[in-house]
Design a protein around this ligand. Structure first.
Ligand SMILES: Nc1ncnc2c1ncn2[C@@H]1O[C@H](COP(=O)(O)OP(=O)(O)O)[C@@H](O)[C@H]1O
Ligand SMILES: [Mg+2]
Length: 197
């Protein structure tokens, strides 16, 4: 069973209200300072999914528990929400994962990351495309062996962190790897920055 915590519920409710009133300025406020722009047309769909979850927390939802985040899958989306007891670290992971997707992936041409659909700038919610959880160790290792991207995106090789998109592509689902503090994020940012002119 998946229930939103009071914090999540308040935050999601604010998002939903902004969307219902179709206040673009208000919606944009949530993206202020974010490295990339919110994909507004997708956001409405995501809000609807979150709104439905508020009204019917148990309907059709399934959840996975990571070390830091709970991941609720709904329709084509996987919604990553911080676990209560590890909120600060999990919010860092959500923010860093969004930054990897928006900022670093295009620079380093990483093609094996599960796409982020939408993320709020603070890290309360990160929405990814949903993947099927059926990756095998053999295919993960084969991929990693053949991956000559440099620098590499950080991830673990365990099966539950990888999956397949609808088109069959193998993708990694957890790439906020180890950046659960601002200091860790800043260090990794500095490391990646060296490769960028
Ligand atoms: N895009 C996704 N589609 C389907 N399941 C996912 C997706 N992202 C994560 N999951 C599942 O949720 C689990 C926890 O997510 P993860 O990102 O690893 O969180 P944590 O950082 O807490 O480890 C994953 O191991 C995976 O099984
Ligand atoms: Mg994980």
């Amino acid at each position: 069973m998946v229930e939103l915590t009071p914090d999540e519920a308040r935050y999601a409710a604010a998002l939903v209200r902004a969307e219902q009133r179709a206040k673009e300025a208000e919606v944009k406020k949530f993206t202020a300072g974010h490295a990339s722009r919110l994909v507004l047309e997708k956001a409405a769909d995501v809000y609807r999914v979150i709104a439905e979850k508020l009204e019917q927390p148990q309907a059709g939802a399934a959840a996975s528990l990571g070390n830091w985040r709970r991941v609720v899958v709904e329709g084509p989306y996987a919604i990553k929400l911080p676990r209560d007891e590890r909120r600060t670290g999990a919010m860092c992971l959500n923010r860093w994962e969004a930054e990897i997707w928006n900022v670093w992936r295009p620079k380093f041409k990483w093609e094996h990351l599960c796409p982020v659909v939408w993320a709020d700038p603070a890290g309360h919610v990160l929405v990814m495309q949903r993947a099927t959880l059926d990756a095998t160790e053999d295919e993960i290792l084969a991929f990693v062996d053949g991956d000559d991207s440099y620098p590499m995106a950080e991830s673990e090789y365990k099966c539950e962190d990888w999956g397949h998109l609808e088109d069959g592509r193998l993708v990694v689902l957890d790439y906020g790897y180890a950046c659960h503090t601002e200091e860790a994020i800043e260090k990794q940012r500095r490391y990646y920055s060296q490769f960028v002119r």
